[in-house]
Design a protein around this ligand. Structure first.
Ligand code: ATR
Length: 279
């Protein structure tokens, strides 16, 4: 099994994928590095993910990203799954190997950690307790990354407490599950606050939280990037916290994927970042 060297293909599988900004970034990088190829949006119906992934070698694809709602299915289908994807139960990148087998990776973890490091260079997970709002798929990647990077405690605050409690079994005793009603009090002494719920997103309910207990030195990150400046980030910035928007995670996770398929680990230029800011 070998890929034709003259035209290189990758893409993103989602359903629907119309809102993905990834094709913009990968196709820009292909141009920038003079690589002849294309990164395609691939709308794959739920239930057809396995067939679509197995077709990648025959289609001469080097691999693909996988987005909602297929991230869990990929872990079941791939021939090899990296430790992060295994622990999280979700992958967002597939690489077609020379023999046509499929390797799955979770680069959301890299994307999350790297976006914090890029926008707040001095910050370390070991700096202090983290508060994570939400216990869905995005929260799993965030909590995995924080624990792996040495966070002493991760307070997982969720509307459905049982989902937060399950994080203790999955990610260990440094996770403290808390009720949604405790979200404002949970901020005392924290070094990081991350919103992984859809609260604050365009068209969704606002995120109702009081930041009074949050130390001014804490970092505040919102996974939501529509709008780019969520009310949470605006409030955090106004009181002196460093605020990190959610677009960084999307952009940063693309870098190792591009490297795996096309052999170059791209940096992100200010122009590229600006290009990704428009909806
Ligand atoms: P994703 O994979 O993007 O994280 P998800 O798995 O649907 O999406 O998780 C969404 C998260 O937002 C969950 O933690 C959800 O809380 P529940 O586990 O109780 O469902 C949280 N969430 C969604 N709407 C919310 C709201 N109005 N108030 C509080 N939490 C909310």
């Amino acid at each position: 099994m070998s890929h034709p060297a003259d035209f290189r293909l990758a893409g993103v599988m989602g359903w629907p994928v119309m809102h993905s900004r990834s094709p913009r970034l990968h196709n820009h990088w292909l141009k920038r590095f003079g690589i002849s190829g294309y990164y395609a949006p691939l709308a794959i119906e739920p239930g057809k993910v396995e067939a679509a992934l197995r077709a990648l070698p025959a289609l001469n694809f080097l691999g693909c990203n996988v987005t909602l709602p297929h991230k869990e299915e990929v872990v079941r289908v791939a021939d090899r799954v990296d430790p992060a994807a295994k622990a999280i139960g979700a992958a967002n990148c597939v690489v077609v190997q020379k023999d046509g087998s499929l390797s799955a990776f979770n680069y959301d973890v890299f994307g999350f950690m790297e976006s914090l490091r890029a926008q707040a260079p001095g910050w370390r997970a070991a700096s202090g307790p983290a508060v994570v709002l939400g216990a869905g798929g995005a929260a799993r990647a965030v909590v995995y990354g924080l624990i792996a990077d040495g966070a002493p405690e991760v307070r997982v605050v969720n509307r459905t407490l049982e989902r937060a409690e399950a994080f203790v079994a999955d990610f260990g005793p440094r996770v403290t599950p808390l009720r949604w009603e405790e979200r404002s009090d949970a901020l005392a002494g924290a070094a990081l606050l991350v919103n992984t719920t859809s609260n604050g997103m365009v068209g969704q309910a606002p995120l109702d939280i009081a930041l009074d207990a949050l130390p001014k030195g804490a970092l505040v990150n919102d996974i939501v990037y529509t709008p780019l400046e969520t009310p949470l980030l605006a409030t955090a910035r106004a009181r002196g916290n460093v605020a990190v928007d959610g677009l960084g995670m999307l952009i940063q996770q693309a870098r190792p994927a591009f490297r795996d398929w096309f052999g170059i680990m791209p940096d992100v230029t200010p122009d590229e970042r600006a290009m990704m800011e428009t909806a």
